[in-house]
Design a protein. Structure first.
Length: 151
C-alpha cells in the first residue's frame, strides 16, 4: 500500500521520533569536567521504557587530569520518558533529589503515575501528545508538598 492508502506517516521526521541536541542528565552522570565531549547518534537505540527510537549520547564523565579510569556513559531512555518521570536519562535517578525512581514513587504513593498505552499506534500518539504538552501537565513530582517532604 502507498503512504496515503495506509494512513501512516512515512519518514523519520514525520513520525515524531525524538531528535535532540543535549541529554537530560544529573550532575553525577555529567561529571566534573566543564568541557565534556559527547558523541551523538540520532535514532541509535530504542527507549527502554516506550521502545521508540531516540538520540543516544555517549561521553566520558571524568576529567582528563583526574588519573582515574572512568567508563563511558550513555543515555538509556528517551527525553519524553525522562521528562514525564523527572529522571536522568542515564542513571534513572530523580533529578531533584538523586533518589531511585522506585523509592521516590513509593514515597509519593503512586507507582505508575503516567500510564503508557501498550499498542504501538496508541503509544506513538501518546508520546507525541505528551511531548507537546509536557510543560502543561500537572505531574506529582512538581508538587511543592512532595518536594518539601523529600528534602
Amino acid at each position: 500500500m502507498t503512504e496515503k492508502g495506509a494512513g501512516l506517516k512515512a519518514g523519520i521526521h514525520k513520525q515524531g521520533w525524538e531528535k535532540s541536541d543535549f541529554p537530560i542528565l544529573c550532575e553525577t552522570c555529567l561529571g566534573d569536567n566543564p568541557y565534556v565531549r559527547m558523541a551523538r547518534s540520532e535514532f541509535g537505540r530504542e527507549c527502554k521504557v516506550c521502545t521508540r527510537p531516540f538520540t543516544v549520547f555517549r561521553w566520558k564523565p571524568g576529567s582528563k587530569h583526574s588519573g582515574e579510569a572512568t567508563r563511558y556513559k550513555k543515555t538509556e531512555i528517551c527525553q519524553t520518558c525522562a521528562k514525564l518521570k523527572n529522571v536522568c536519562q542515564t542513571c534513572l535517578f530523580d533529578l531533584d533529589f538523586g533518589l531511585p525512581v522506585e523509592l521516590r514513587d513509593k514515597f509519593i504513593d503512586q507507582t505508575d503515575v503516567v500510564a503508557m498505552p501498550k499498542d504501538v499506534a496508541n503509544r506513538d500518539y501518546w508520546a507525541h501528545e505528551m511531548n507537546a504538552n509536557v510543560n502543561k501537565l500537572d505531574l506529582p513530582y512538581d508538587n511543592p508538598e512532595v518536594k518539601a517532604a523529600l528534602s
